[in-house]
Design a protein around this ligand. Structure first.
Ligand SMILES: [Zn+2]
Length: 63
């Protein structure tokens, strides 16, 4: 789910992880300018894709 527009991302949709409020947040492509304006910092350069099928975890890079 995009943390800005609260929309559930569709399978195959691109998103990236941005950090603000000391948390890593999922942001859809549409909302990236909003996140940037809000002072968020992009965590990764590469886009991630929502996996089709299966239970999607919002943050897979917890490690
Ligand atoms: Zn969004």
């Amino acid at each position: 789910m995009c943390q800005i527009c609260r929309r559930t991302l569709l399978a195959g949709e691109r998103y990236r992880t941005w950090r603000w409020a000391r948390r890593d947040q999922t942001v859809c492509v549409v909302c990236e300018p909003v996140a940037h304006k809000a002072g968020a910092v992009r965590v990764v350069d590469v886009y991630e894709y929502v996996q089709a099928g299966g239970l999607s975890q919002h943050v897979r890079r917890v490690a």
